[in-house]
Design a protein around this ligand. Sequence first.
Ligand code: ZN
Length: 118
Amino acid sequence: MSEKTAIQIKRLLKEAASRSPGRFRIGGIAFNKKGEILGIAHNSFHKNNLTGDRKGTGDHCEARLIRRYRDNIKTIVIMRIGNAGDVLPIDPCPACQALCDKYGITVLTISGSKTKEF
Ligand SMILES: [Zn+2]
């Protein structure tokens, strides 16, 4: 992947993350095995639309991407930003990680501790 492409992907991730309505502003991009972008999502969780289990993953960007593109996804890259748009460390939650493992999806992060960096 060229440096230019990497910069474009980080810009798309930041835009997606900035659309998250909640405290955790996270964006994710799903890629197929050719490295093409399948889709982009952001976390949609917000305490105002909390209905069930707070730990539910249905609103996490990884789960949203998997719902849409499941078998075509090879890699998901996630990014978390703060209110000022600064990049914050993020790792997938255990439920999303398990979901990705189940479908053979590799998760990369822009900044994280447990997952490989993009
Ligand atoms: Zn999650």
